[in-house]
Design a protein around this ligand. Structure first.
Ligand SMILES: NC(=O)c1ccc[n+]([C@@H]2O[C@H](COP(=O)([O-])OP(=O)(O)OC[C@H]3O[C@@H](n4cnc5c(N)ncnc54)[C@H](O)[C@@H]3O)[C@@H](O)[C@H]2O)c1
Length: 452
């Protein structure tokens, strides 16, 4: 009997698959930030009608005016998308009209460095009353393995007024749920977004196949995995790999400085090995929304299994110590010039957490500025991407970018972010002392440079 039922049960995904193929599927993206907005534009470019959801009224208004608030996205791209029907809204009632809903909201750590899922929980709770039969919901936010099955699915099921459940195969009624991690690398123009393979794990094969079909319209390759947890873990492995390897070179940099060996030269030599080595570079500390944060999502979850993720903790310890190491080197470099840090004038070059981007989340510059101020230095900054910097979740600077022609006024210039538009020879020529944390002055031979 069950065989007969299985053989005759209709495939309930056919209609949505057809809508995806013919670009009639309506796509809703929740969270119009660094991940969600570019994704919305990609789908719009692929001729889908896209709606962007955000609780930030300023973003919604900007997008509906055809403006951009992310430096690397020109307003013309938003305007083009608007001509193809792209609209932004804060109204969750419109979720019901979407065939596919993709969630790209933040996943920070709380003050105890534990996962803060409040944005995911808030979003899912808000959309649950509007979710309908046959709809596909995909989570893209980086999170601990198990979030999709243990948090997202129960909230959607509990919040569904019609009592809808997740459909685990193509014949079952209900909505489909999948997880697909974002792999964007801000500022990296060497790989086209389309060429970055997209990992997809579904709550059942139907959800996985539907999500793969959606992403295949904008990515050249999808990588289906067996479950949402495997996809969630894939993202964490990628970021933990970076975090641990950066910690390794940050530790080796400190040793090499004592041994008077140039680690950058060593890395350049090592990377000529055609197998078994990938170059990572030391720096002033980790920054950004991902690498300093994501590994601790796994550490937290591991505790439930009575397991300590020692590599992650050690890497975290080394990487979070780097801004302190930089400040110690500034103090030492100044004392070599017979100056004390207290009362001195320091100019920080670069606030962004990495070169050529307009993102200062978790940036080591912020910690370095704070540490220098606490020790009595007068600190200013220059960053072509931030004319002013005010108040954030973890900083309260209220500063304005200092023009570079004022470099001679400072006792020390610290290169924290090696933006490519800086003219390093000119900076070194004007400065009394340069502390370079990025090896940006590698081709300059001058006595006033200290590399750390
Ligand atoms: N930025 C990256 O390079 C990057 C790369 C890979 C993965 N990720 C992951 O992607 C996720 C999103 O990161 P991001 O950098 O885009 O964050 P972001 O802060 O730039 O954007 C998130 C957006 O979500 C909005 N939002 C918050 N709660 C909401 C709600 N309930 N409903 C609607 N909108 C809401 C915010 O207003 C904001 O505009 C995170 O989990 C992050 O770890 C980010």
């Amino acid at each position: 009997m069950s065989d007969v039922t299985a053989a005759t049960a209709p495939d309930r995904t056919t209609d949505t698959l057809h809508k995806i193929e013919t670009r009639q599927a309506r796509i809703g993206i929740i969270g119009m930030g660094y991940v969600g907005l570019p994704l919305a534009l990609l789908f719009s470019d692929a001729r889908f009608r896209v709606t962007g959801f955000d609780i930030d009224a300023r973003k919604v208004d900007a997008l509906n005016r055809g403006d951009s608030y992310i430096v690397r996205i020109p307003a013309t791209e938003i305007q083009l998308a608007r001509e193809s029907g792209f609209r932004a809204t804060a109204d969750y009632a419109q979720i019901g009209a979407m065939d596919v809903v993709i969630i790209c909201v933040p996943t920070p750590l709380n003050e105890y460095r534990e996962p803060d899922l409040s944005f995911i929980v808030g979003t899912v709770t808000s959309i649950a009353p509007h979710v309908r039969d046959g709809q596909l919901i995909v989570l893209e936010s980086t999170t601990w393995p198990g979030t999709t099955e243990e948090v997202v699915v129960p909230l959607l099921e509990q919040g569904s007024p019609a009592g809808l459940r997740v459909a685990r195969d193509a014949s079952a009624p209900g909505f489909y749920v999948a997880f697909s991690p974002e792999r964007e690398d801000p500022g990296n123009d060497t790989v086209a977004r389309r060429d970055i393979p997209k990992v997809v794990g579904g709550c059942g094969s139907a959800a996985r196949d539907l999500a793969s079909a959606v992403y295949k319209t904008i990515f050249n390759r999808t990588v289906p995995v067996s479950s949402p947890a495997a996809a969630e873990m894939t993202k964490l492995l990628e970021n933990i790999y970076r975090c641990v390897n950066i910690a390794l070179v940050n530790e080796l940099k400190q040793l090499c400085m004592r041994m008077d060996i140039d680690l950058f030269e060593v890395i350049d030599a090592a990377k000529t090995k055609p197998f078994g080595f990938q170059a990572f570079y030391p720096g002033p500390g980790l920054g950004g929304h991902c690498i300093p944060i994501d590994p601790f999502y796994l550490s937290w979850k591991a505790k439930e299994f009575d397991f300590r993720t020692r590599f992650i903790e050690l890497a975290g310890e080394i990487n979070s110590g780097m801004p302190y190491f930089v400040v110690d080197n500034i103090v030492e470099a100044m004392s070599q010039q017979g100056k004390a840090l207290r009362g001195s004038r320091i100019l920080i070059l670069g606030l962004a957490y990495k070169r050529d981007i307009d993102d200062l989340r978790e940036s080591p510059s912020l910690t370095i500025i704070e540490l220098l101020q606490k020790r009595g230095a007068h600190v200013e900054y220059n960053d072509p991407f931030f004319a002013t910097v005010g108040h954030g979740r973890k900083y309260d600077l209220n500063m304005t970018s200092t023009p570079l022609d004022r470099i001679p006024d400072f006792d020390c210039v610290v290169i924290v972010t090696d933006h490519s538009q800086y003219d390093y020879p000119a900076i070194v020529a004007q400065a009394r002392l340069v502390v370079d944390t990025r090896n940006a002055t590698r081709n300059i031979d001058a006595a006033n440079i200290v590399r750390c």
